[in-house]
Design a protein around this ligand. Structure first.
Ligand SMILES: C[S@@+](CC[C@H](N)C(=O)[O-])C[C@H]1O[C@@H](n2cnc3c(N)ncnc32)[C@H](O)[C@@H]1O
Length: 275
């Protein structure tokens, strides 16, 4: 993967893709609306944190703080939770949303590759769907290990190679040609940190690693949330022609009209790694 990969271009991620939560929101909305899972994602992840009263927690790449906003009633007493993200806009959104939570939160922009915390500060570090964005992942993981206390745990979610694989197949070939720069995960682009290689990337830094898989798929019955999802990953300068968007809209609407919906597989999970 070259260094211009937008997925690991910190400048693009901070100033554009994750300047605020709008792109992330479009993607989360599709999952929220059309998921077939028994348990919602954020409560499922929260349970894996196994928080106890008084624990010190760091989240890297917290986004708008959904993990805490959606589980606020489950946070044990006296926990001290520090939320960080490369994007100041994300941190600001998390801070506004959690201002009245009644729990002890700190907020600060921070790059996982250079954490300004003393060694052994935290019981748990969370890095959900963000390690694949880190240009120097070994440096990021060394930092996580450093700020964890002995036996401290990293909780890190990511996706697998087959995550939403049908989405790429749903883009007809003639549109893929029109939109030469169309580049979505699932079209043969592997995440740098994914379910398949996460264990081997974590192994140099952690003594014990478990993988928890999340059972889910989507049954999408409306076309607009799917369009919003797909275009949340396009860089503005890619300038996708309106005709291509219309073509996709019509093709996907026709599929929904015939089949009643579009099935999309998911492959997500959480690595739990003990220092
Ligand atoms: C896909 S979002 C996930 C947000 C949140 N963890 C969630 O699961 O909803 C990835 C987040 O990681 C942040 N990020 C990307 N690179 C980072 C880095 N090197 N250090 C800290 N945060 C980073 C982005 O700004 C973005 O908010």
């Amino acid at each position: 993967m070259d260094s211009k990969d937008p997925f690991r271009d910190s400048d693009y991620l901070q100033k554009n893709q994750y300047r605020d939560s709008s792109n992330l929101d479009a993607r989360a909305a599709l999952h929220r609306q059309f998921s077939t899972a028994v348990s919602d994602w954020q409560p499922w992840v929260f349970e894996l944190l196994r928080l106890e009263p008084g624990m010190r927690v760091l989240e890297c790449g917290c986004g708008p703080g959904w993990l805490w906003r959606q589980n606020v009633d489950l946070i044990p007493a006296d926990c001290h939770i520090t939320l960080t993200d490369l994007s100041p806009g994300m941190v600001a959104e998390a801070e506004v949303a959690l201002a009245e939570s009644g729990h002890r939160f700190d907020f600060q922009p921070a790059n996982i590759q250079a954490l300004e915390f003393a060694d052994g500060t935290f019981d748990v570090v969370v890095a959900n769907h963000m390690l694949y964005h880190v240009p120097d992942l070994a440096q990021g993981l060394a930092e996580v290990r450093r700020v964890l206390q002995p036996n401290g745990r990293l909780i890190a979610s990511t996706n697998g190679d087959n995550h939403m694989k049908e989405l790429a197949l749903l883009v007809p070939e003639n549109v893929q040609q029109t939109v030469a720069s169309w580049r979505m995960r699932g079209q043969g682009n592997q995440l740098p940190f994914r379910l398949e290689n996460g264990r081997s990337l974590l192994e140099p830094f952690f003594a014990q690693i478990d993988l928890h898989l999340y059972e889910d798929s989507l049954w999408v019955t409306e076309v607009e949330p799917l369009i919003a999802y797909a275009f949340s990953m396009i860089k503005p300068e890619m300038d996708v022609p309106e005709t291509a968007v219309d073509y996709l809209r019509q093709a996907w609407a026709a599929k929904i009209a015939v089949d009643g919906g579009i099935h999309i597989s998911k492959e997500s999970g959480v690595f739990e790694a003990v220092k």
